[in-house]
Write a protein that binds this ligand. Sequence first.
Ligand SMILES: *Cc1c(COP(=O)(O)O)cnc(C)c1O
Length: 461
Amino acid sequence: MLFHSTRGQDKDKTFEQILMQGLADDGGLFMPDYWPQVDIEYLKNLESFIDVAKYIVPLYTGSSFKKEDVIELLNNTWHNFEEQDLIKITQIKQSTSILELYHGPTAAFKDFGLQLAAAFFNKTLQTQNKTAIVFGATSGDTGSAAIDACKDFEVIKSFILIPHGNMSEIQRKQMTTVQSPNVHPIIVDGTFDDCQDIVKNGFKQRSFLKKNQYLLAVNSINWVRIIGQICYYFYSAIKINKLSKPLNFSVPTGNFGNVFACYAASKMGMPLSKIIVAVNSNDILYRFFKNNDYSKKTVSETISPSMDISVASNFERLIYDFFLNSNSELCNKLYNNFPEVSIKLEDSIWKKSSELFLSHSVDDDATIQCMKSFYEQHGFIIDPHTAVAAHAVNRLEEELMNETVILSTAHPAKFPNILRNADLKLKNIPKRLDEVKNKKEVAVNIPSSDKSIFEYIIKHN
Ligand SMILES: *Cc1c(COP(=O)(O)O)cnc(C)c1O
């Protein structure tokens, strides 16, 4: 299995190459050359999440790693989860379940993708006798999951830019209280977009790298993160009905990585009814599914900060695979001029979306209302991101057949101020989040300029 770019130029790459490269050279996103098919009869009897992962992950890694080696790696990949089988599924009514993906060390679902990424980064670096810098910007949960996943690997140094902005105090403290010599949280006096621009320039210049050192991105376009997420879709479908009937999945969506993993699972053979693309008031995806209008607008800050995006980077994969039937020339045309020219598909092509997708945009008031009513009806508290997905299900209920799974992507304890606004009180705060509150923060403050940040990295590299 090799990989190629959605824009057609960068192709015939091995898993290891796309792992270490992230974005394709032509600006596109990597895709597998074909969709590997699962054996449902075998898969449906697997019990644990790790067993499912041991079946799924090697389907994508064969160009670079022996199956036995991957299986050994997977035995040690996902760690510090508070649920025995990593994930908990809670049925809230006859036709609806919650897939709790927040039992990992940073209490958001990003631990699934990033712990897998870090394990493969480390293995590759060991084999090649090289080191790496992880350089990224974060608006919420990516930074903490990346830091946590990489902190114990000596060959990886993390430099994460944290904007003064909308993330919760706990989200920030998860990054600034780690105190490991290879972790460098940097608080930047600028916005998330400023931070992303600096990271982009860093990837162009690479001036701060040593010899034999990789520069690694941890944003959600890396295919390895998608693989980690595909595993839990299969796992939940096995647990709920042994892959015997199609399910709906409601996904709180930002960069579309999580939705794309659901789509990928269905292309590999998982029975799927509908995907509900649930967004907050940053609604570019909703506008696309509703009106064929994929146009960039400025980001507004919401109470579900990990979904505050202006464009959904992984959406290019869906345009390419689902709408354009893998026509890279057309994909290139659409994306070469984006965002200056908005994306609008031919109507006959766009209409295909209703086969598989529903979408809803949920504003902050409705999110708070949903958190309250969810507690009243079901007796437990969901976080604001999960509430966006739950509210979308309520609104679209009439259009749904089959059972529905709502993805719960973060633990509510990460957002104490929002719980307060909703008059909700958590009884149990996970120990790992409670401890963070009282730890000392250590982070440098650097002005928002390429030069000062690159100098800091050189000094600490
Ligand atoms: C990152 C994140 C999302 C959005 O996921 P995408 O894959 O970017 O769509 C949703 N909820 C939480 C809690 C997140 O951290």
